[in-house]
Design a binder for this molecule. Structure first.
Ligand SMILES: Nc1ncnc2c1ncn2[C@@H]1O[C@H](COP(=O)(O)OP(=O)(O)OP(=O)(O)O)[C@@H](O)[C@H]1O
Ligand SMILES: [Mg+2]
Length: 438
C-alpha cells in the first residue's frame, strides 16, 4: 500500500478534517476542543494533514498559548491506522506530530501538550515523538454562561452577569427561597426534568411586598442562581427615547430576545402598569398596553424569565395580573428572624461582632426592614464613635470600649421608626389573601 503523504493544511482540507472529527466522535471519545476551535486553529494557527491520494486520512492541529503549545486536534482514519502496523518506520501519527512540531518550531515554545480522552488509542504515536504521559492529572472545565456573541447585546441593554453565590447570600427567608427554588429555579434550570413531569417552566412572576423587603435582592439572586444574564429595564429611563416610551420598551424587548438566557427585571412596575382609568387616559396608558402586548410574546420564548416587582400590588391593572401573564404572584414579606440575623451580622464591625448579642437585636427588630436595620446599625456605630472621641461625655475610652456594644444597638433600635407601619403590614396580609398566586 502507498504511504500517506504529510503536508501543511490547505483550506480545501476542511471537509476531510470534518470527516475525521466525526469519526473520532463516533468512536465514543468526547473531543476536548470544540469543532469551531479546531476549525479556527486550522485557519489561523498550525495544522498538518496526512493524505492518501486525494483523501485526508489524518490531521494534527496546534495552537500556541504564550510559551506553551496545545494540540487541539489529532486523528487518523481508523482504516489507515490499522494498516500502519504493516508499515515499516514511523506511523502516520508520529510523522504528523513531527511535522506539526516543525511547523510550530519558529514560535520558540517551551513545551507542546495534548489533552485527550482516556480511551485515546494513539498514545504510542505521542510516545514515539518524545511525549511523556503525565499521571495524576485531572481535567476540569466549566461552561461559561454567556457566550461572546451575546456580550455586545448585553452591553447595549445595560445588562450584566451577576456574581455567583447571591442566592446563598440571601439570609433567612426559608419559605420564600424554597418556593422560588421549586417553582422557578428547578424547572428553568432543568427543562428536561420539567418536561418529563409535564411542568411548563414559568416565564413571568410578580414579586410584591412593602418597601425594602428584598424583592430586588431575590430577583438578582434568581439570576445568579440560574447563571443567566440580568437585565433591568428602567421605564423611566426609556421615557426620554425619541421613539416614545412604548416604542423604546418594544425595542428593548426585541433586543432581549437575542440573548440566549436572561432574567429581565422591571422594578416599581406600578409606574407603568397601574389601573387604566380616567378621561383623557393617562400618558402611561400607551405603555401599559404595550407591556400587555409584550408579555405574551415574551412568554413564547424559552430560556428567559420576566420578574416584575411592586410595593403597590393593589394599584396594578387587573388585566395585567390575570392568569396567563404571570405564572406566580409572590409575596415577599418583612425579613424573618433568619434574615434579620444575617442582615444584622453584615452590619456589625468585625471586631465587635462576637461581643454583640445578635439574638437580642433580632428579637427587638421584628417588623424592621433591612434598611431600618442598616439605619439603626449605623446610628449605633456613630454614637459609639462619638463617645470614644469624647471620653468625658460617656465612659472613658478603654480597650473594651472601642466599638459599639449591644446597648448602643438597642438604644439605636428604640429610636428608629419602622418604615413599614402596622397599617401597611396589615394591608400586605390582605394582599396576600386576595392577590397572591403561588
Ligand atoms: N434576606 C436578606 N438577607 C440579607 N440582606 C437582605 C435580605 N433582604 C434584603 N436584604 C438587604 O436589604 C436591602 C433592601 O433590599 P431590596 O433592595 O432587595 O428590597 P426591595 O424589596 O427591592 O425594596 P424596594 O421595594 O424599596 O425596591 C438590600 O441592601 C439587601 O441587600
Ligand atoms: Mg427594589
Amino acid at each position: 500500500m502507498t504511504t500517506p503523504h504529510i503536508r501543511d493544511f490547505h483550506p480545501d482540507d476542511l471537509d476531510g478534517i470534518l470527516h475525521l472529527w466525526e469519526q473520532s466522535r463516533a468512536s465514543g471519545a468526547e473531543p476536548v476542543y470544540a469543532l469551531s476551535e479546531v476549525v479556527a486553529s486550522c485557519q489561523i494557527d498550525h495544522a498538518v494533514v496526512a493524505t492518501l491520494g486525494d483523501r485526508i486520512v489524518g490531521a494534527a492541529v496546534g495552537r500556541a498559548a504564550h510559551a506553551q503549545g496545545w494540540i487541539v486536534f489529532f486523528a487518523t482514519d481508523p482504516a489507515v491506522a490499522t494498516d500502519r502496523d504493516a508499515a515499516v518506520g514511523p506511523t502516520i501519527g508520529a510523522r504528523m506530530l513531527a511535522a506539526l512540531e516543525r511547523h510550530m518550531a519558529p514560535l520558540g515554545l517551551s513545551r507542546l501538550s495534548a489533552l485527550m480522552p482516556e480511551s485515546e488509542a494513539s498514545l504510542d504515536d505521542f510516545a514515539a515523538q518524545g511525549f511523556e504521559l503525565k499521571r495524576n492529572l485531572r481535567y476540569v472545565e466549566r461552561e461559561l454562561p454567556v457566550q461572546r456573541e451575546e456580550l455586545v447585546v448585553l452591553r447595549e441593554l445595560g445588562g450584566r452577569i451577576l456574581a455567583r453565590g447571591l442566592w446563598d447570600g440571601v439570609g433567612g427567608m426559608q419559605r420564600e427561597k424554597e418556593m422560588l427554588e421549586l417553582r422557578l429555579v428547578t424547572p428553568l434550570a432543568q427543562p428536561d426534568l420539567a418536561e418529563r413531569f409535564g411542568v411548563v417552566p414559568p416565564r413571568a412572576v410578580m414579586l410584591f411586598g412593602p418597601p425594602g423587603t428584598g424583592k430586588t435582592t431575590f430577583a438578582k439572586a434568581i439570576a445568579s442562581r440560574l447563571e443567566w444574564s440580568f437585565v433591568e429595564v428602567f421605564p423611566s429611563r426609556l421615557a426620554g427615547d425619541p421613539k416614545g416610551l412604548a416604542g423604546a420598551l418594544r425595542e428593548t424587548f426585541q433586543k432581549i430576545s437575542e440573548l440566549e438566557h436572561a432574567v429581565v427585571f422591571i422594578d416599581e412596575v406600578e409606574e407603568i402598569a397601574s389601573h387604566r382609568q380616567g378621561e383623557p387616559p393617562s400618558p402611561t396608558q400607551g405603555v401599559t398596553n404595550e407591556l400587555l402586548k409584550l408579555i405574551p410574546e415574551f412568554r413564547e420564548q424559552s430560556g428567559r424569565l420576566l420578574i416584575c416587582a411592586t410595593n403597590f400590588i393593589r394599584s396594578l391593572d387587573t388585566a395585567f395580573l390575570r392568569h396567563g401573564r404571570f405564572d406566580y404572584v409572590v409575596p415577599i414579606g418583612l425579613p424573618d428572624t433568619g434574615a434579620r440575623r444575617s442582615i444584622w451580622s453584615s452590619y456589625l464591625p468585625r471586631d465587635v461582632a462576637a461581643a454583640v448579642d445578635v439574638d437580642l437585636l433580632v428579637e427587638h427588630t421584628a417588623g424592621f426592614t433591612p434598611a431600618d436595620i442598616e439605619f439603626a446599625a449605623r446610628k449605633a456605630s456613630q454614637a459609639a464613635l462619638e463617645r470614644a472621641l469624647h471620653p468625658d461625655v460617656g465612659a472613658a475610652v478603654s480597650a473594651e470600649n472601642q466599638g459599639p456594644l449591644t446597648d448602643d444597638y438597642l438604644v439605636a433600635v428604640t429610636s428608629t421608626r419602622r418604615t413599614v407601619s402596622d397599617e401597611v403590614a396589615a394591608e400586605f396580609l390582605e394582599d396576600i389573601d386576595r392577590i397572591a398566586r403561588l
